[in-house]
Every structure is written in structure tokens, then in C-alpha cells.
Design a binder for this molecule. Sequence first.
Ligand SMILES: C[S@@+](CC[C@H](N)C(=O)[O-])C[C@H]1O[C@@H](n2cnc3c(N)ncnc32)[C@H](O)[C@@H]1O
Length: 314
Amino acid sequence: MPKITLLFFVNYFYIRETGTVEGAEVYEPFSSYSCLGFEYKNIIKIKSILNAVDTNINQKLIKKQYQNPSHLNTRRNLQERFSTNRYGWWRWIFDHFNFPPNCKILELGSGLGLLWLENEKRIPKSWDITLTDFSTPMLDKTKQDLSKIKHNFKFKIVDIQDIPYSDEEFDAVIANHMLYLVPDIEKAIAEAARVTKPGGIIIASTNGSSYMKELEDLLEKSNLPVHRGYNKYTFSLDNGKAFLVKYFSKVEVFRYEDALLVTEAEPLVAHILSTNEGLNEKQIKEVNSYFKQYFVEHQKLLITKDIGLFIAQK
Ligand SMILES: C[S@@+](CC[C@H](N)C(=O)[O-])C[C@H]1O[C@@H](n2cnc3c(N)ncnc32)[C@H](O)[C@@H]1O
């Protein structure tokens, strides 16, 4: 019987989604692939190579975004100025830390170290706290900022997908607003669980699927040259439990009631531009005038936050 060779034509779009940064989709030019006359198994092989390339691009783009701590500061500025719940996110998170004395704590993706900076007076002296991040500039900045606090913090460059600590080393592992950035989320959670002691806990904050939905709706209606997808998360308040229950016995979710009542264009535009590096002057002008005009016409924009955290016990 003659061997049947199937003809395939795989067309990859020139511009394709390659990941998310702060929930916003990231697009990057990607070459076009076509392959004619390959047997099916070859196509599968090509697909898996492309997936691996995708994962690397994701990681590279996310690393690039977090090389510059000022982006995170810009987004923090919007949250601090316009959040309607004045209790305070960092204070609320710390309220959930029911840790014993001499507790050994590992924070993954610690960013600007705000959890500790904003709760300075509440940190027990006996806690052994290690802050980690995969971005060297971010960790350097945090180290410098935390030097103001009298506590023996430890610092280490760590990628959550490959944690350089022994099994069951920590009583508590914290991974706030970072799991949705990780290409291999299963590996990340397995690693976090591995270094957690039996009976220990993981605290992981994230956003829900309604996060910034009003901003998303506005961007959707506009023709602005910026990323969409502020509320598409691989690890969200809505889907995160399914990942955690594989490694942790008791998983609870807590939501923090809050919204942003934005009354000025400039901080909102700065927030949007912080996840849209590489726009040219004309495009930046376009984004600016769109939001300036919006606030002239409407004066304010109420944006849903939909944030919270998981506490899971091993
Ligand atoms: C959105 S920020 C959150 C920072 C901080 N946890 C907070 O809640 O403000 C995400 C942080 O995770 C870090 N990050 C992203 N992917 C990571 C990975 N695979 N391993 C370790 N850190 C990562 C980034 O460098 C950044 O500092």
C-alpha cells in the first residue's frame, strides 16, 4: 500500500500573543512558518518546538518588564492614589499572617518589598524572612529600601520554577501577584509546595477575572495601540484553587473589597504605558489625548479591582 503523506500548511501569525504582564497581553513580532509535505508526527514535533520557543519568549518579556522597578512603582502610584478602600491592601494581607515566633518565611517574586515596608512596625523580631525575586534590579532596589528597617532580612535571586532550597525548609511561603506571570505554573506551585513544611502554609495573592474590567471595556471600544486582556489570568482568584489543591490539603480564598475611582488621565495613562513599552511618540500622544478627552467628558472612571488571596495549608 502506498505510504500516504499528508500535506499541511501551518501558518503562524506575524504578530502573536506571547504572554501576559500584569495581566495585559504582550505581543511581539514572530516569524511566519509554513511547512508543506510533512507527516503528521513532524507537525506535532514542530508544534512542541514552537511551544518551547513561546515559553522562552514569555519568560524573556516578563524578565524585561521587571528589569525596571519604576514600572511597578508607576502601577503602585495609581493604586495608592485612587483606591476607595482606605484600610490598605498591605495591612489587610498582613492581618492574615498568623505565624508563630521563629517562623521561617520565604517570599517569592517579592517585587518592591512593599509587604514588609508597609508593615514595618508589625514584623516580629524572631521571624526569619528571605525575600527573593528573579529580577536583579528589583531585588537590589528592595534590599536598599529595606535597609531602613531594623530586621535581619535575607535576599536571594530565585526563579520560582527552580527554588534553590531543600525540601520542607519553610513554615510559610508567600507568592503575591506573581504566579500568573510564570510560564510553567504547575512547576512553580510544585516547587513552592516542596519547600513548605508539612502543616506549613502558602499565601498567594492575585486578581480575579473582573479586575479592571471597566478599563478593559474602554480599551476594547477604542482603537488604541495598546495591549488588552487586563483580566485574563493563568492563576486568578477564580481558577487558582484548582492548581493549589493538587499540593495543599486546605485551600481558602479571601477577597479584598476595593475599587479605583480615577479622576485624572495622567496616572492612568502612566499605568497603561508601563505595560506597553516600545510605543512611538505618535502612539503615546494618541493614548494621552484619548484619556484626556475621556476625563473632560466624564470627570471620573470607577474601576473594579477584584483582588484577594489564597491561604493553603500543606
Ligand atoms: C507584579 S510583581 C508583584 C510583586 C510583589 N509580590 C507585590 O505583590 O507587589 C511580580 C514580581 O514577580 C517577579 N517574578 C516574575 N516571574 C518570576 C519568576 N518566575 N520567579 C521569581 N520571580 C518572578 C517579578 O520580577 C516581579 O518582581
